[in-house]
Design a protein around this ligand. Sequence first.
Ligand code: GLC
Ligand code: MG
Length: 596
Amino acid sequence: MFSYKFSLFELYVLFFILVLQRPMATTRAEDDTESHEVAEVDNNWWRHAVFYQIYPRSFMDSDDDGIGDLQGIISKLPYLAETGITATWLSPIFKSPMVDFGYDISDFKDIHHEYGNIDDFEELILQANSLGIKIVLDFVPNHSSDQCEWFKKSAAREEGYEDFYIWADGKINANGEQEPPNNWQSIFYGPAWTWHPEREQYYYHQFTKEQPDLNYRNSEVIKAMDEVILFWLDKGVSGFRVDAVNHLFEDPDLKDEPLSGKTEDPKSYDYTQHLYTKDLPEVYDMLQHWRALLDDYSQTHGGPERIMMTEAYGDIKYLMDYYENKEGVKGPQFPFNFLLLTDLNSKSDARDFVFNIQKWLTYMPRNHVANWVMGNHDNPRIASRFSSNSVDAINMLIMSLPGVAVTYNGEEIGMEDFRDISWVDTVDPPALNAGPDKYKLVSRDPERTPFQWSAEKNAGFSNADKTWLPVHPNYEELNLELQKATEKSHYTIYKDLVQLRKSEVLQQGHTRLEVFNRNVFAVIRSLKGDKSIITIINVGPEEEVVDLHDILDDVKQLTVLISGANSIYEKGNAIAVEEVTNFIMAPQEAVVCMIE
Ligand code: GLC
Ligand code: MG
């Protein structure tokens, strides 16, 4: 079927032409690991980066307690460098009672003891930087742990701390009983208010009752959090992923929220419309304040731009003003784009994909950087959300799109959710709140199981007898070691993609999206003076045949750059013009080609 096969040498030449063709003024430091020590400041380091999210508890355990830790991460830095990624973001590593696995912080300036200590952290930064990898930390400003000194002092009405949190008196109902101040619900099920017997008031918590919300209407709280940011910047972090930012402010009058009509269950978060607890305009002020703090730090301390990327699930118009408001005031470098995570699933067809990708690009203000989040510790994995056959196609898609790609650890090997975690082994707080009958509907444990490094005990994650979450039983067949040894695996494809993404056409090129039919679509990236790259994706369950001439003028031949594990195409294949007319795509297959 193919008119020509490339030799190894030709492939090498091809790679050379494609990737190293021109000096890349803007991204040199990230492309050349040897040059990271050159004092040249690279403010573009983040603009086309793959941000690899590490969930520290599940990444690598160095001390055999069944819990991942900083030394574990350090031991795997060479692996990260080998994949070609240049930036990571770490879920929280701070001191915590671990009710919400680190998202309940009791000391914002200390490392959690199970993960190591501040020396380990300094070593991590040093080693990562020496491998050309930037470290971004999770900044969790909305709430602390109830074990945080601030909360204890606030509960005791200690001077200066009285209003650090959101306190309110209860209401007395018709039966003379005490009730929470209003009808606000926690995201994790049940009332967002908990009675504090010492203070004799209710406190507000958007998440678990062990995560009281800080009061951002108090300038002392803002100051305290600025210090947290500066503390970690001084340790050498390159920026922050900022947690749950759209929950930073609530209506000061504590008005009841109108009912949504979506559910009869008054304990459900969906019971009310969140007019007074979410996406308040004051959120912009805080984000702009933090952006100014980071910009000021970068300027006064030199070095590359320190960045922030925010987590908020919400209306796209509201999110776009995070980038920059109408007056041109900037917030985060980018708000996470969750459209491909929340609005696409195994039922989505080619039109849904293109529509959602285009949506972000359409709404985004000019001269900003797009981003594509395909997974995180709060959502089902690619293999489980789509299908295990879709992993390569989905990775090819996000790597072909412009801007930042975000990979959740394990997605490079196509790890699967472990849906059969028993009730006894369940630890995620919303799952515990839901109870033994309903926990599987909300549990985030399935996507948080330990990284599958090898076929050894506990998938090579730990030598402990019991790991904090069970290892997925499929680890003997699905692990990194095996995929490294297989010529074409999710991992080798992922690695090729990260490399290809460093080409100028994928970094700077114009983006065009085309729908062929209900199942097949394409992303075309083109740059004047460069050969264009096309990624063709069949998201459907059947083989499809499309005519690429429908969307490409003047194509003479395609050269396959990357293809999926089960693809009929091989890297280096040249596809002649006749075959371009009847281009065969296997089910759930994708292929990345250079257009000649
Ligand atoms: C974010 C985190 C999630 C956590 C919540 C509360 O959504 O990603 O894991 O439970 O914030 O901090
Ligand atoms: Mg450990």
